[in-house]
Design a binder for this molecule. Structure first.
Ligand code: FMN
Length: 368
């Protein structure tokens, strides 16, 4: 991407961006069809993609009234660190597809919104640059990990990431293969011109002689990740190691037994195994399995403050947001990232006031 200008006035507030979903169509108008397919798409018949959104609204919030809610506190403690609110930015690849500053803009916007930004292994910037920019903007970031087939390459990258200030490692375990993403398959094979993955050196990618229509494996994703890898990472690094992509209590337990400091309930935004359950559907049983041992995070289809309140009432410690951050980045750059988080935070505060919850700890199963 060479030329980028913000949408309309450049000020998302002045332009009337009041709810996250508005920016979805705005973003689609600014992306080429291939990029839009890549962002919006899910796997297979997109059952899980749609269910992720619908499942939050199948829960009902039952408010307490006659409570003094004149003071609201959204702060949470994550791994001993006090954060202003429980909204994090999920890892998504290749931010230079959406904005010329790529992950720099995301980090700036996240820092302004006091949100931790999780940076993908498939980011468009080297981790050293990500870390340096985070220092410049006083932002916090975590590093998402796609293990490489040659683990030494992953360890080299993570050594750099931790050195550069990554506050935690988020190991994605739900992607031994990509899902059957029809939209992407119909588009020209390979990454669009100008999209590079500087944290995964090209020479490490083995040639795949399988015809494209029969390919299952992605050369950037190891297909032999096990719990032993989690243990290895916890031994190598002092920062918390979280496991992303958990949909079952028994796998959450295995992750904790392997040494994970946290689990992220996620189906990869409906992009991998279609017909996998919506995260809102399985969250509480996973919380029940590991509660007290590690914090449980969740992502997938979170678009409203009431979705966040529901997630926290179901036992999540915090939530991650994927596509809406891309919509914000595409339309308003860093300001769009900030505004996306601000919308959610404001709606969460409203939901808390209406639920009679003055602090995050008050959001419990009692309110469902
Ligand atoms: C365009 C796109 C790229 C993504 N890239 C990654 C990635 O590099 N690593 C990863 O762990 N998850 C990736 N994800 C999944 C997100 O981290 C997250 O699980 C999901 O987007 C949450 O759902 P939501 O988009 O409905 O909020 C990606 C998702 C999208 C939409």
């Amino acid at each position: 991407m060479t030329t980028w200008t913000p949408r309309c006035s450049g000020d998302p507030v002045a332009d009337g961006w009041v709810a996250l979903h508005q920016a979805e169509s705005w973003a689609s108008e600014r992306m080429d069809p291939q990029t839009w397919d890549y962002v919006r798409g899910g796997a297979g018949n997109e059952v899980t993609l749609h269910d992720n959104l619908a499942a939050w609204s199948r829960h009902r919030l039952r408010p307490h009234v006659m409570t003094d809610v004149s003071s609201l506190d959204t702060s949470v403690s994550l791994f001993g660190e006090k954060r202003a609110h429980p909204i994090l930015i999920a890892p998504t690849a290749s931010h230079s597809r959406y904005h010329p500053d790529g992950e720099r803009a995301t980090l700036s916007g996240a820092a302004h919104a006091q949100a931790i930004a999780t940076m993908s292994t498939l980011a468009s910037l080297p981790v050293a640059d990500i870390g340096a920019h985070a220092v410049d903007v006083n932002g916090r970031w975590w590093m998402q990990v796609y293990l490489q087939r040659d683990r030494s390459l992953t360890y080299d990258l993570l050594d750099q990431a931790v050195e550069a200030g990554a506050g935690a490692l988020v190991v994605t375990v739900d992607t031994p293969s990509l899902g059957a993403r029809d939209r992407d398959k119909r588009n020209p094979f390979g990454a669009p011109t100008g999209v590079t993955f500087p944290n995964v050196p090209a020479h490490t990618v083995e040639a795949d002689s399988t015809p494209t229509h029969r390919r299952i494996w992605n050369p950037h994703l190891a297909n032999n990740v096990t719990a032993a890898d989690i243990t290895d990472l916890t031994h190598r690094y002092q920062v918390p190691v979280l496991v992303k992509g958990i949909l079952r209590p028994d796998d959450a337990r295995r992750a904790v037994d392997a040494g994970a400091s946290g689990v992220i309930v996620s189906n990869h935004g409906g992009r991998n195994l279609d017909t996998a359950p919506a995260t809102a559907q399985v969250l509480s049983e996973i919380v029940a399995e590991v509660t007290g041992a590690v914090p449980v995070f969740v992502d997938g289809g979170i678009r409203r403050g009431t979705d966040i309140a529901t997630a926290l009432c179901l036992g999540a410690s915090a939530v991650l947001i994927g596509r809406p951050i891309i919509w914000g980045l595409t339309t308003y750059g860093a300001a769009g990232v900030t505004h996306a988080v601000d919308i959610l935070r404001t709606e969460l505060e409203m939901a808390m006031a209406l639920l009679g919850a003055t602090a995050i700890e008050d959001l419990s199963g009692d309110l469902l």
